[in-house]
Design a protein around this ligand. Structure first.
Ligand code: SF4
Length: 434
């Protein structure tokens, strides 16, 4: 089966104040961590599974994650660039020798690594190229030193610019950077300055995120004490409209709420998340989805992840994804993209999977048909409501439901009008039994 592979490298030398990703500053677990990642890769191979000959439930639940055929590879974090070149090489070559590849060739894959600007020099970038990385995602966030300090980033504008120039020199011709906007104290002029540098280097891809203040972060704690607050909606919208106007002017395609690319440079890896394709997450806290009705969550502790892999103990939990949840996720992802979605695509996407027989299909048996009919009924009644009351926000209703670009930022509002409330459909486990 085809999978996009995500590897979570959780180590960070310093925590950014807005960040709620799973991360660790405890580098003493790093040596065991790379061993554990290698072990996890082995876990998804036939050879290893036959060797185990285990009949326990944990092992059976691995169903749907065997015989990995890789579509793309993405090393994210945390800070993947905090690993040594030797460790990065170990991870990539383990995948090379244990997985097969879409189109038969490792060299045709999109292989991305997230970089912190201060971690790389020309030598490091050149070595990344020879290991096989062909795409960079550099976490710049802002070219303004005052703002980066406020966000508690480690780097400054000089190291960001150096990082881009070195990457180009090393031969990277597919570079993405992250920028954040909507930061308290940031002006439109500040943001224009960031975008101008992005345009100056003619980079292929931009991920631009509105700052979101999450509870479990330093900013979240400050917000509770009234020391910081979100910017107001009018200003948020001004930032967003400015962003899309500038990106359009420079020929970038706005293909997802936060993502822009030059033609031919959409992120293949991220696009697979938005279309409900299967992906395999390796490393602590990483999620996986088998493209059917199962999702897995790796344990969120580096110490335990290393230990469990070392001793062949269960290192993840599995969750069943009902038809109804699959519907909701399809809407949530689809409405944030330029393409939108078709109900027919959803029908083809829905999967039923038996927990113990390892059986996956999407046929609509007499038992499953009523569930699908409920979904269709709910969808068309929500669609009529949208047509009647929110026609201005939509580019088209049928065959594809697509929001206008100006409204992506508030897509959550329209998503809420379409998705099913869990209370509306008895129980997530119900359609597992039929
Ligand atoms: S470097 Fe990335 S993962 Fe680490 S704290 Fe900052 S934003 Fe979070």
């Amino acid at each position: 089966m085809d999978f996009g592979i995500y590897v979570h490298i959780p180590f960070c030398k310093q925590f950014c104040y807005y960040c709620d990703f799973f991360k660790s500053a405890n580098y003493k677990f790093l040596p065991g961590f790379v061993d554990a990642i290698e072990k996890e890769i082995e876990f998804y191979t036939d050879i290893y599974q036959k060797k185990l000959e285990v009949e326990d439930k944990f092992y059976q639940l691995n169903s749907g994650f065997e015989n990995i055929n890789v579509r793309s590879i993405y090393l994210g974090g945390g800070t993947p660039s905090s690993l040594s070149l030797t460790d990065l090489e170990r991870i990539i070559s383990k995948m090379r020798t244990h997985f097969s590849f879409q189109d038969g060739s490792f060299n045709d894959l999109e292989i991305t690594i997230e970089m912190n600007p201060e971690d790389a020099d020309l030598y490091f970038y050149k070595e990344l190229r020879s290991i096989g990385f062909n795409r960079l995602s550099i976490g710049i966030q802002s070219f303004n030193n005052r703002i980066n300090k406020f966000l508690h980033r480690r780097h400054d504008a000089d190291s960001s610019i150096r990082s881009i120039e070195m990457a180009r020199k090393a031969g990277f011709d597919n570079i993405s950077i992250d920028l954040i906007y909507g930061i308290p104290g940031q002006s439109l002029l500040d943001f224009e300055f960031d975008l101008d540098i992005f345009f100056h280097y003619e980079l292929e891809h931009l991920s631009a995120y509105h700052l979101s203040i999450e509870d479990r972060t330093e900013f979240g704690r400050r917000k509770k004490k009234n020391l910081i607050n979100d910017i107001n909606d009018v200003l948020s919208n001004q930032f967003y409209q400015f962003l899309i106007k500038q990106m359009r002017k420079h020929g970038y395609e706005h293909y997802e709420i936060s993502n822009f690319s030059l033609p031919g440079f959409k992120s293949k890896h991220n696009s697979s998340y938005w279309t409900g394709a299967s992906y395999l997450g390796l490393g602590p806290s990483a999620h996986s989805y088998n493209g059917g009705a199962y999702r897995k969550f790796n344990i969120s502790s580096v110490k335990e992840y290393n230990h469990y892999l070392r001793y062949n103990l269960p290192f993840y939990q599995t969750e069943y994804v009902s038809f109804y949840s699959q519907y909701n996720e399809f809407i949530i992802n689809g409405l944030r993209t330029q393409k939108g979605f078709l109900l027919e695509e959803l029908k083809n996407h829905l999967r039923y999977q038996d927990l113990f027989l390892n059986f996956t299909d999407n046929s609509f048996t007499e038992h499953r048909l009523p569930i699908w009919n409920n979904i269709v009924k709910h969808y068309y009644s929500s669609l009529n409501n949208l047509k009647k009351n929110f026609a201005d926000a939509f580019e088209s209703f049928e065959p594809a439901l697509r929001l206008k670009e100006d409204y992506y930022l508030v897509s959550d509002y329209y998503i809420q009008k379409l998705i099913l409330n869990p209370d509306d459909y008895l129980d997530n486990t119900l359609d597992r039994l039929i």
